[in-house]
Design a protein around this ligand. Structure first.
Ligand SMILES: Cc1cc2nc3c(=O)[nH]c(=O)nc-3n(C[C@H](O)[C@H](O)[C@H](O)COP(=O)(O)OP(=O)(O)OC[C@H]3O[C@@H](n4cnc5c(N)ncnc54)[C@H](O)[C@@H]3O)c2cc1C
Length: 498
């Protein structure tokens, strides 16, 4: 794989004196920033509230045995186009761990819930999907491949989209009129051409986006990305990336140090830190805060301007849930399924079949349910016992063997909307236009004197590792070139002096 990097390598030297920076949060953004700041000669320490590094990269292992099976409760795949993420994977020597990520409906034997509540295999899906299209479209006289395109676009949006996007018609006559002029034969894939490679169709014919409605156009990017075959995973878990970064950082990485308040002063930032039941104030020259805004807005914040407080309070995060079963064996392979994910529908939404790496006697993992948005809210309201029962009931309609005694060895679930250290899964700006997204990004990233900000919420690629890295690199440059008297308060002070 050839890896190109967008990471700025020009500044291996420091502008002026080395600075001392306290980084808040040991997720991807905090770790990348700390690594890059040290590389530029600065001194760094990291304060992490939880007892784990990685943040929303959370590879959960079922047991401590070498090669224990694991579930990705946070990030699980990286699009090949995310060159910043690839840059660090290469830099950490992890390219040999890169494997294809088999996504939802990628296996011809994956299952797909159809209108009548039953399931069909992906290879058999076209008939059911085409017949579910609006009759106005099916009777219009479009070519069969055009209808197939519309059907798969509908199916993918339905499988990936949160509830509010499913209520609107996804495929319209304007879109199919344009698609009908394209020879789709080269884009057919799967068993005997039962599927259409939507990602490539849109990549080769970008004008098709002009007839997707505004809401869907913005959402479409993520859907096409998530359902494309141009994404990968790390064989031994996504935490290889965060562990690898942490191992390269020389400064102290202090776990269990919870930030409880931030006070911006002329000469730095005072950070309230709770550790071991005691709270103390730490005076810091420079601070880089990667704490997700839903957590930050609950802290005591002093010396922030009103616009900054508004964006901290108003940035919306979406919830997500993941529920995984450690199973005695990969029973789904007996059904012919070798990977990918089924669209289960119901409360479960998506069911992934991660590959079994290593020792098969250590069982296999089924990511039984992955939900976002209102679907995640519904699941999070169930108590853990009911939640488990609901998921088992729904998944076992597709896979009755799940109910065999002893099949489920353990369960793990992560409700990100209620997670103490993020209180949400990610910033999602699908409902905003491009200009508003960029305005909000800039407001989120804007520093307060010597208090800087990074994290996926400060990036142009929210909800991706790539975004967390992008924001970290931007913040590193701002800190690198910051002059002590260039801040807002300092400017006011200079004006007063003059
Ligand atoms: C369910 C789910 C699936 C995802 N799937 C993908 C995917 O497949 N691919 C992809 O690229 N991205 C995915 N993402 C997004 C990706 O995980 C995030 O964009 C990225 O990890 C965010 O990194 P961050 O550093 O901005 O934030 P975080 O990882 O949240 O880091 C913030 C850190 O701050 C710490 N912290 C919080 N409060 C305090 C406090 N008061 N004091 C001290 N420390 C504190 C937290 O513990 C955490 O370690 C997914 C996210 C979720 C939730």
């Amino acid at each position: 794989m050839s890896v190109t990097s967008q990471t700025d390598e020009r500044s291996d030297h420091t502008s002026g004196e080395p600075k001392t920076i306290t980084v808040l949060g040991a997720g991807v953004a905090g770790l990348v920033a700390a690594y890059e700041l040290e590389r530029r000669g600065h001194r760094v320490r990291i304060l992490e509230g939880s007892n784990r590094i990685g943040g929303r990269v959370h590879t959960y292992r079922f047991g401590s045995a070498k090669g224990a099976q694991f579930a990705e409760l946070g990030a699980m795949r990286i699009p090949i186009s995310h060159t910043r993420a690839l840059h660090y994977i290469a830099k950490l020597g992890l390219l040999n761990q890169v494997r294809e990520f088999r996504t939802i409906l990628s296996d011809d034997d994956d299952l797909l819930r159809v209108k009548d509540g039953g399931y069909v295999r992906v290879r058999d899906a076209p008939k059911a999907l085409v017949s579910a299209l609006d009759p106005g479209l099916t009777e219009h006289g479009y070519r069969y491949n055009t209808l197939l395109f519309g059907s798969w676009l509908n199916a993918c949006l339905n499988a990936v989209a949160p509830a509010q996007f499913r209520d609107h018609p996804n495929v319209n006559a304007d879109l199919l009129d344009l698609v009908d002029r394209i020879d789709l034969e080269p884009y057919l894939c799967g068993d005997s051409g039962s599927k259409v490679d939507l990602h490539s169709v849109f990549a080769d014919h970008p004008y098709l986006r002009s007839v997707c409605s505004g809401r869907h156009e913005r959402f479409l990017d993520d859907v096409l990305m998530e359902t494309s075959n141009a994404i990968f995973r790390l064989r031994h878990g996504t935490d290889a990336l965060t562990d690898g970064l942490a191992a390269k950082i020389r400064g102290p990485l202090l776990l269990g140090h919870e930030v409880v308040g931030l006070s911006v002063r002329d000469d730095g930032v005072v950070v309230g830190v709770r550790h071991g039941g005691m709270t103390s104030s730490w005076h810091c020259d420079y601070v880089l805060c990667t704490i997700p805004f839903p957590v930050l807005r609950r802290l005591r914040l002093d010396g922030f301007d009103d616009d900054k407080l508004s964006v901290i309070h108003e940035t919306q995060y979406w919830p997500a849930t993941k529920i995984a079963f450690h199973c005695r064996e990969a029973f789904w392979t007996a059904d012919g399924i070798t990977g990918g994910a089924s669209f289960t529908g119901g409360l479960v939404r998506q069911t992934y079949y991660p590959p079994v790496e290593g020792d098969r006697s250590l069982g296999a993992v089924l990511l039984a349910s992955y939900t976002i948005g209102p679907d995640a809210e519904k699941i999070s309201k169930l108590d853990p016992v009911t939640r488990h029962e609901v998921i088992v009931t729904e998944v076992s309609r597709m896979h009755p063997r799940l109910r065999e005694p002893g099949m489920i060895l353990a369960t793990v679930s992560q409700v990100w909307g209620e997670h103490r250290w993020s209180r949400g899964a990610a910033t999602i700006r699908w409902t905003q236009d491009a200009a508003t997204c960029e305005e909000q990004r800039q407001a989120a990233a804007r520093p307060q004197d010597r208090l800087f900000f990074a994290g996926e919420h400060c990036s142009s690629k929210p909800a991706w590792i790539e975004g967390a890295i992008e924001s970290a690199i931007d913040a590193v440059h701002s800190i690198q070139w910051h002059e002590p008297f260039s801040g807002r308060r300092s400017a006011q002070r200079l004006r007063r002096v003059v």
